[in-house]
Each structure stands twice: as structure tokens, then as C-alpha cells.
Design a protein around this ligand. Sequence first.
Ligand code: INI
Length: 175
Amino acid sequence: MSESFRAAEIRGGLDAAGLRFGLVVSRFNSFITERLLDGALEALSQGGASAEQTEIVRVPGAFEIPLTAKKMALARRCDAIIAIGCVLRGETAHFDYVAGEVARGVQLAQMDTGVPIIFCVLTCDTLEQAIDRAGLKGGNKGREAGLAALEMAQLSRRLREPAATAKAPRARKRR
Ligand code: INI
């Protein structure tokens, strides 16, 4: 590509200045979700977020996450939301319904509201797998979610600004 072709590149950084964050946390499997919450808060605080910029909302289980996240988004309380939950496979089909609906609901909520909702809901076969992802072997998925929230909050804000590039070429008239 020619040196003269320098397209504007838009990215979100990891600086929390001027941004607000919401965390919706399920109490079900709280042994795991509290660790994920710690990881997410650690990342937000490393990005410079203060307690005043951060709000935590608790819900009974993962199934309640999408509606709550959507209400938080509609109230324009935050620039990004982190959805934290842990669904463990049991012996019935319950897992599939809860896990599937949470993922679908969170995606719908962010698409409907335009507020980024970071998906930090573990869906694991065993408690051991969840423990690994909540701070032991697999790192802490909450921390990854915190970083994603910083980036997406900033990116969303940047995408609301008018483009700073030269005028786009005029569309050709149809004959
Ligand atoms: N909620 C979870 O967050 N994780 C689970 O593993 C789980 N299981 O296995 O049942 C779970 N169920 C509760 C569900 O999220 C709702 O709170 C409940 O059905 C009330 O609507």
C-alpha cells in the first residue's frame, strides 16, 4: 500500500478518564462471581477509574442479568457495562436454557441500547473449570472483561465524534 494512503484508525485505549462503568453481578455461584468482580475492578482501577465512576448492581442469578443490564444501559448510567455470572452444567437441560438465554439477552441488550455490555458469564462443565478461569490457571476472565470495558467505553465515545478526516468524495449522480 502506498505511503500516502493513511486511513484514519480509530481505537479505544485503556484510560478511564471521564467514563463511567456498571457491573451487574449474579449472586448464584458467588464463590466464582466475586472473584471475577475483583478481577474486573482491578482492571478498571488500573485504567484510572475511581469508585465514583463505578457502580455495582447485584442480581439473583445469571438469568436476571440481561434485563438488569438493559435497564442500566437505558438509564444512560454508564459508558460500558460488565455482565458477570457463572453457569455450571448440572444433570438437566437447565444449563442450556440459562446459558443460552443469558448470552442471547446480553447481545440483544447491547444491540438495542448501543451501550457496550461485556460478556463475563462463565459457562463451564465443572466447578474446577470455573475456578481456573476466575483467577487460577486460566487467569481471571473478570480482568479481561475490565480491560474490554475500558477499551469499548472509549471506542464508543470516539465513534460518536464527527470524523476528523478530509471530505469524502461526492457520490456520482445516477443517470
Ligand atoms: N443461575 C446461575 O447464575 N448459574 C447457574 O449455574 C444456575 N443454575 O445452574 O441453575 C442458575 N440458575 C438460576 C437462574 O439464573 C435464575 O436466577 C432463576 O432461574 C430465577 O429466574
